[in-house]
Design a protein around this ligand. Structure first.
Ligand SMILES: Nc1ncnc2c1ncn2[C@@H]1O[C@H](COP(=O)(O)OP(=O)(O)OP(=O)(O)O)[C@@H](O)[C@H]1O
Ligand SMILES: [Mg+2]
Length: 298
């Protein structure tokens, strides 16, 4: 059924990336998350289909192959992040995960453990950096460092007495400014971004189903004060999502900017495991029929 849903007509410049089952119906009985093993005559599924722009996919593939790597598949980044930062309880209670990256914010809604909806906002961490560069008249690289080291989404968290050094543009001398000025620039952008996410939440109509509230992850979610501002704007509990359930070099990948990378590894691992189980089941079946046919011959 999922394979059949993949054949849905999409515009020529888009490609189906995921067909995510929301729920199944067996002979009219709804609310079924896993119909495997049930009997019935009619199976229906409500699915959420994610498509990607063909040009963006081709360019990304080319870029990755030029770096000497091979593309095994494409995964919606918020889906990967969700598998790294969310617990099963959160997903079944209903949760909205927002992956705040460099150029985009990817929003994914889980209802009853399944993906109910997804959206992408064309705004991210690089907009914060650009604002700092323009607002404080400093190069982009210096603005990025200031944002990460001293930035805050809430000016009220910063004391009036603190000051920071700001590098000048084009060889001009650096200046000292109150740290609060940096927070003021970031606060305006944070408010805009969180309001856009809040609008998406309200327009999705899924707000009453978000029992576990909102989880912010991705590099740009690390800005100090963002979670507190989020709680105020969304009026639901908000937490920062960090990659969970990994061993090895976990000290290196414990921050929110590794959520997608850790999630992609988990996603690939689960897919490979399922493929191996399928493969061994098929092999067992083949062995079984071989045994039966040999037994029959004897
Ligand atoms: N400590 C920090 N405080 C604030 N912002 C940060 C911090 N660390 C990283 N960022 C911002 O996070 C962004 C990068 O995040 P991430 O690595 O998740 O993006 P990406 O996945 O590469 O981008 P996209 O998802 O848009 O394709 C950058 O804009 C960076 O400035
Ligand atoms: Mg990302």
């Amino acid at each position: 059924m999922i394979e059949a849903a993949k054949a849905v007509a999409v515009p020529a410049d888009r490609q189906v990336l995921h067909v995510l089952p929301r729920e199944f119906k067996v002979d009219g009985q709804d609310g079924i998350t896993d119909p495997i093993g049930m009997s019935g005559i009619r199976l229906e599924a409500a699915v959420h289909i994610v498509t990607g722009g063909q040009t963006a996919i081709n360019n990304t593939t080319k870029c990755i192959e030029k770096a000497g790597l091979h593309v095994a598949g494409f995964v919606l980044d918020s889906l990967a992040s969700a598998s790294a930062v969310l617990s099963e309880d959160e997903k079944s209670l209903g949760v909205c995960v927002v992956d705040m990256g460099g150029g985009t914010c990817n929003i994914l809604y889980f209802v009853n453990g399944s993906v109910a909806s997804s959206s992408v906002l064309p705004i991210g961490g690089s907009h914060f950096t650009h604002d700092v560069a323009v607002g404080l008249r400093t190069p982009q690289a210096a603005a990025e460092e200031l944002k990460r080291k001293y930035g805050s989404a809430l000016g009220s968290l910063i004391s009036d007495t603190e000051s920071i050094d700001v590098e000048g543009v084009g060889g001009r001398n650096s200046r000292q400014i109150p740290r609060k000025d940096l927070a003021d620039v970031l606060e305006a952008r944070a408010e805009e971004v969180l309001n856009l996410i809040g609008n998406d939440l309200r327009l999705s109509g899924l707000m009453p189903m978000m029992g576990s509230g909102v989880v912010l992850t991705g590099g740009a979610s690390q800005l100090q004060g963002l979670v507190e501002m989020g709680e105020y704007i969304f009026e639901v509990p908000v937490r920062r999502g960090l990659p969970q359930g990994v061993g090895g070099l976990k000290d290196v990948v414990k921050t929110a900017d590794f959520s997608t990378a850790v999630g992609l590894l988990k996603y690939g691992f689960i897919e490979r495991k399922e493929a191996m189980i399928q493969h061994s089941q098929n092999a067992q079946k083949e062995f079984g029929s071989l045994f039966v046919s040999q037994f029959g011959q004897k």
